[in-house]
Design a protein around this ligand. Structure first.
Ligand SMILES: *Cc1c(COP(=O)(O)O)cnc(C)c1O
Length: 380
């Protein structure tokens, strides 16, 4: 691949030239655990599939190209990627996370890694003074999501990276919501990008996976060691499914964004809706930053109903096309109730969400059908 090829071209070709032995245009699913050696230690670069597998190599190369990274590592889930990255932090060292992060990330730090001596705090990443105040001499990693889940708040990746680097900390961005099509954190100064490929990158709600992308050679060497040592790796079929999803990422994201923009504007006009969180709305507090930092505003929307918990619980069961389910980023539209579903793991924490909040993952169906579905569900 040429380095100056465009995103859409890289998504289809990077890391996956036609198979040299057969000419297969699509990367084969190398469903094998081991590889023959002609002499002890003499092989084709593959020894055992926890360590390396050619289908995984293709996925890792493609994801790295899309994030503008030198190195990519794929994992069995987004949480496996997150956990492996946190293994760079030692007992007594400190991690600073956003105050609106994926519930599972908070749970991993609070209920698992805290027990191994990791220190962590959360802070509003949109408030740079608060970030400065929260950085400590022992802070090694700043972890941020932008837009956040479920509040769709924006953080300035370049500004937070500068502050973190000045304090001697590295920066990881969970880029699951934006995808590299909309936002490329490494170019803005971050050190690591983490993904749940389960979401937009896979794009069809048929696979669970994760990834870490970086251009830091020393960190990559350690992470590659950890990937093999811990072993939370994806199987070849799962890698192939994500590779297939990536090919249409740009097309899908354009439609996700266009549909979400229409739906956010519609919701903002509804008398039953108290607030809409969507960075594409000109009135959204993150709008100006989103215009600078992102190519478009994404497919995720959340909103608070005036009727509170009862109205929110009623609405999520009243839609016909929007399916009531956790997760996001597939071609099909989903609706969910964060307080008891995706964010149940932070229910009794400072990260608890508004009981009137509803979250939409806007799919790529025809927008008129989606609008009609929401209209009838709000009227019920
Ligand atoms: C889903 C998700 C994760 C966790 O990924 P899994 O693939 O479910 O393990 C992490 N961060 C964000 C923003 C997510 O949406």
């Amino acid at each position: 691949m040429e380095n100056n090829d465009h995103f859409e071209t890289l998504a289809i070709h990077a890391g996956q030239p036609p198979d040299p032995s057969t000419g297969a245009v699509m990367p084969p699913i190398y469903q094998t655990s081991t590889y023959v050696q002609s002499e002890v230690g003499v092989h084709h670069g593959y020894e055992y599939s926890r360590t390396d597998n050619p289908t995984r190599t293709a996925l890792q190369s493609c994801l790295a190209a899309l994030e503008g990274a030198d190195f990519g590592l794929a994992f069995a889930s987004g949480m496996a990627a997150t956990d492996t990255l946190f293994r760079l932090i030692h007992p007594g060292e400190h991690v600073l996370i956003g105050d609106d992060v994926y519930g599972g990330t908070y749970r991993l730090l609070d209920k698992v890694l805290r027990g191994y001596g990791l220190l962590f705090d959360h802070v509003n990443m949109a408030d740079l003074e608060a970030v400065t105040a929260a950085l400590r001499p022992e802070t090694r990693l700043v972890w941020l999501e932008t837009p956040t889940n479920p509040m769709l708040r924006l953080a300035d990746i370049a500004a937070v990276s500068q502050l973190a680097h000045k304090a001697g900390a590295k920066v990881a961005v969970d880029n699951t919501f934006a995808t590299p099509f909309l936002q490329q954190p490494l170019a803005l100064g971050a050190d690591f990008v983490v993904h749940s490929t389960t979401k937009y990158l896979g794009g069809h709600s048929d696979v669970v996976g994760g990834a870490i992308l970086t251009s830091d050679p020393a960190a990559y060497q350690r992470l590659k060691f950890l990937q093999n040592a811990i072993g939370a790796v994806p199987g070849p079929l799962d890698c192939w499914l994500v590779l297939r999803g990536l090919k249409t990422l740009a097309l899908r994201m354009e439609r996700h964004c266009a549909n979400a923009q229409r739906i956010a504007a519609f919701l903002a006009e509804q008398p039953a809706v108290a607030r809409v969180h969507y960075p594409g709305l000109p009135t959204d507090p993150g709008h100006a930053l989103a215009r600078r930092q992102m190519r478009d505003f994404g497919g995720m929307i959340s909103f608070v109903l005036k009727g509170g918990e009862a109205a929110a619980r009623r609405m999520v069961t009243a839609t016909r096309l929007f399916a009531l389910a956790e997760s996001l980023g597939g071609v099909e539209s989903l609706i969910e109730y964060p307080a008891s579903m995706t964010h149940a793991s932070v229910a009794d924490s400072p990260l608890a969400v508004d009981p009137g909040l509803v979250r939409l993952s806007v799919g790529v169906e025809h927008v008129e059908d989606l609008l009609a579905d929401l209209e009838q569900a709000l009227a019920e």
